[in-house]
Design a protein around this ligand. Structure first.
Ligand code: SAM
Length: 380
């Protein structure tokens, strides 16, 4: 079970934890007494983890050698879950989700509508920050899978997430008590009262958001500013969305794109012109030696002379090779001069999608008396 609000110190039986094997290998597991977590570095017993503090490093002797294999047992967070979850769809990553949430001012008073649920990556981030999350998914297997995970993570019962199995472009977002497609509200008799969603934070990660936007009018809050973000990979989708946003009265429209880059701190060997010249002289000298050696060998073959035992004399290793060819120089080797540089990661996860933001206030009438009082307050 996850608990976003109360971080715990000690790992207990039944906890869902995230095992950090390496930066690109984080695995979610449920701790159960007697269980074993297998990696290529060795097998880690769950019993060795129970009772330890979160963040602990667990070590085992590797099977083949006397060396140790290590893992770290971490408490589940939406960020780590995003890194480790089983992908059923493309997902929203933390650089995008955190930016979107701050733009939509997502907080404890937010009532979020999210469609589609997909792999549930963003749902977990919303669940931690928002007051209420209504998530919709039309693909049955993905809906079932998301529901199962949300239940295991304590986001449904005793949590703040409702998942509804629905095509929102066809059926909209309204939920009626007794609706069997909506896990939480499906319990009573069918055709019950409409659930008041009063959503003030909308996130649409759908191929055709323009078909879903017209349905939002029935479920958004009427007396406050409602924010929406559409996550679309193609500019043509953005274009089509903009037309519909305008038609349905959404304003303050802005489209942005997140360009996430990771910089690494590295050391680079200082290379001078003199070094280049020395290297060129060295190459020339070795070439000359080779030519002479081959010539001598040919002459010995032709004259029937005994061939030198040492046909290929061991070339002296160049003492200094500033260009890294031949002898490998370890980064930071104290024999060389280094400078500190920032290197950008070679594979940049840059454009994921275009983020189109729009806002709407349905009820623009204001209490003139109250507005006057507020303005008076600011006069001095
Ligand atoms: N944001 C999700 C995440 O972070 O894991 C990923 C969403 S995935 C890209 C899009 C999902 O929307 C898919 O699972 C798809 O089945 C669902 N979907 C597409 N059209 C839909 C519709 N009209 N109603 C409900 N769900 C829909």
């Amino acid at each position: 079970m996850w608990n976003y609000n109360e971080y715990k110190d000690v790992i207990e039986d039944g906890d869902v934890v995230l095992i950090w094997v390496s930066r690109d290998n984080v695995k979610p597991i449920k701790i159960s007494s007697g269980g074993v977590f297998n990696t290529r570095y060795g097998s880690f017993k769950h019993d060795e983890m129970i009772g330890k503090e979160y963040g602990s490093q667990i070590a085992v002797r590797t099977k083949s050698s006397k060396r140790f294999g290590f893992i770290h047992v971490l408490q589940a967070t939406p960020e780590l879950w995003t890194q480790s979850l089983p992908h059923r769809t493309q997902i929203v990553y933390t650089p995008d989700s955190s930016y979107i949430m701050q733009r939509l001012k997502c907080g404890p008073l937010s009532r979020v509508i999210e469609a589609g649920t997909g792999s549930g990556s963003f749902s977990h981030a919303f669940a931690r920050s928002a007051g209420r999350v209504f998530s919709y998914e039309f693909h049955e297997v993905r809906y079932e899978q998301a529901l199962k995970e949300f239940q295991e993570h304590g986001l449904v019962v005793g949590g703040n997430v409702t998942v509804t199995h629905r095509d929102v472009c066809q059926g909209g977002f309204e939920i009626r008590c007794g609706d069997k497609t909506s896990y939480e509200f499906g319990k009573g008799a069918e055709g019950g009262e409409l659930v008041e969603l009063r959503a003030n934070c909308i996130f649409l990660d759908l191929p055709a958001p323009w078909d879903a936007i017209p349905h939002l009018g029935a479920v958004i809050a009427r007396d406050e500013r409602v924010g929406m973000c559409c996550f679309s990979p193609c500019i043509e989708q953005v274009d089509k969305t903009l037309e519909v946003l305008e038609k349905y009265g959404w304003g303050d429209v802005e489209m942005v794109e997140i360009q996430g880059r990771q910089y690494e701190s590295r050391r680079q060997m200082v290379r001078r012109l003199d070094d280049a010249l020395e290297r060129l002289r060295d190459v020339k000298k070795r070439k000359q030696q080779g030519v002479e050696r081959r010539k001598r060998l040919c002459e010995q073959l032709v004259s029937g002379e005994e061939i030198d035992g040492d046909v290929r004399p061991s070339t002296l290793k160049t003492g200094y090779n500033p260009f890294g060819k031949g002898s490998r120089v370890k980064e930071g080797d104290g024999k060389f001069e280094w400078k500190q540089v920032a290197k950008i990661e070679s594979e940049i996860k840059s454009h994921t999608s275009y983020l189109t933001f729009a806002f709407k206030i349905v009820d623009k009438t204001r209490d003139e008396k109250q507005a006057h009082e507020v303005l008076e307050e600011f006069k001095d």
